[in-house]
Design a protein around this ligand. Structure first.
Ligand SMILES: NC(=O)c1ccc[n+]([C@@H]2O[C@H](COP(=O)([O-])OP(=O)(O)OC[C@H]3O[C@@H](n4cnc5c(N)ncnc54)[C@H](OP(=O)(O)O)[C@@H]3O)[C@@H](O)[C@H]2O)c1
Length: 352
């Protein structure tokens, strides 16, 4: 399994991270013994990076992870978790207050039977808590040794930059990673979030890299998915998020390219994401070892340039304003040097 540094940090992680949202999920997930088999297959493939959250399976994912990590070489692993979603009915059992962050982290450590979390991420933005309070609480967790690094997920780009500016100003630990929805169908982050993370020296971890299973190609020609599959159980969320005419045509192209190259569409779709060195890891989700196998293959296999370009061109991201304006006003006037300096490389429309 190939490794990458997580942003500007010195933390080396596998480019395929094991997602654990399926662990303990009764409707579209797997039980503890299947979770154990997934972990074993992932470690056998040389992976070192595991992502969970207190939310997953209503905290059961973390408990299962704690049980199945027993006997493993914990120090060789990078274990990530998250807080923010409600874990109880009371007003403070959610969000990013100092009270909740500290209590959530301690509860996660207890469930996972660990003494520290390597990457602790805020799962979303809390508009009700000052970012200074959040960054100070996260920094305390780092200084106390309960957490090694911090990251964020699902923040707006301006919030990422503001949070890290506060951290710099106050000498707090900054975010070293952003965890975001990114796949061949949903490329929203290319406009603002990906450039913000690159600017901040943050690695990017991609969730739902297979569009919750759509990019496997298994729904082609299927009207109603089978029970137990994600698109059956939470279809009201996923249909709007991933399914429209051009997206389905993109799935066809992924399958066609997979067939030409003798690879699973899964391996092709994940390897397309990993072509971009701004991306650190894809988060692989699976219900069983058979599903995980082609995801693990993308930890080693690189998509050839030609097929990568075909996929990139199939459903290009429309950046809208102000990118449109810059195409007219900035491009003809500014790009006059021999090559683009690094600091401009992630500035749409200077790229793509
Ligand atoms: N930060 C966040 O807000 C956030 C949000 C979501 C997820 N995450 C993280 O990202 C991880 C991955 O997310 P995800 O599960 O949505 O990823 P995904 O890769 O888009 O979807 C995984 C699902 O696709 C299907 N699948 C995977 N491989 C397959 C194969 N070879 N053949 C057929 N079906 C296959 C399985 O679902 P079915 O069998 O049900 O079809 C599997 O559970 C999670 O575990 C979690 O760690 C984070």
């Amino acid at each position: 399994m190939k490794n990458r540094y997580l942003g500007n940090s010195g933390l080396a992680v596998s480019r395929v991270c094991l997602g654990t949202m399926t662990f303990g999920n009764k409707s579209w997930g797997c039980d503890e013994s299947a979770s154990q088999a997934l972990l074993d297959a992932y470690l056998d493939a040389g992976g070192n990076f595991i992502d969970t959250a207190d939310l997953y399976a209503e905290t059961v994912s973390e408990s299962i992870l704690g049980n199945i990590l027993k006997g493993k070489d914990r120090d060789s692993l990078v274990i990530a978790s998250k807080c923010w979603f409600p874990v109880g009915d009371t007003p403070n059992a959610r969000g990013l207050s100092r009270k909740h962050i500290v209590e959530a982290c301690e509860a996660s450590l207890k469930r996972m039977q660990l003494d520290h979390i390597d990457l602790y991420q805020i799962h979303g933005p809390d508009p009700y808590t000052p970012i200074e309070e959040t960054m100070s609480a996260l920094d305390d967790l780092v200084r106390s040794g309960k957490v090694r690094y911090i990251g964020c997920s699902n923040l707006y780009a301006w919030q990422i930059v503001k949070a890290n500016a506060v951290a710099r100003q106050c000498n707090y630990a900054p975010f070293i990673s952003g965890q975001y929805l990114y796949n061949l169908i949903r490329r929203d982050i290319e406009t603002e979030i990906l450039p913000a993370c690159v600017d901040q020296g943050m690695g990017i971890l991609c969730w739902s890299p297979l569009a919750s299973g759509l990019l496997t190609g298994k729904y082609r020609g299927v009207d109603i998915p089978d029970p137990g599959l994600r698109f059956k159980e939470v279809g009201e969320i996923l249909n709007d998020r991933f399914i429209w005419k051009e997206a389905l045509e993109l799935v066809d192209l992924v399958c066609e390219i997979g067939q030409d190259l003798g690879k699973s569409p899964v391996t092709v779709a994940l390897s397309w994401i990993l072509k971009d060195y701004a991306i650190t890891s894809v988060l692989a989700g699976a219900r069983n070892v058979e599903q995980l196998a082609p995801s693990l293959e993308s930890g080693e296999w690189d998509l050839p340039d030609e097929q990568c370009e075909r996929l990139t061109a199939k459903l290009p991201r429309e950046h809208g304003y102000p990118c449109d304006w810059m195409k007219i006003a900035l491009l003809p006037n500014f790009t006059k040097t021999e090559f683009e300096p690094n600091r401009a490389l992630r500035f749409p429309p200077l790229i793509n």
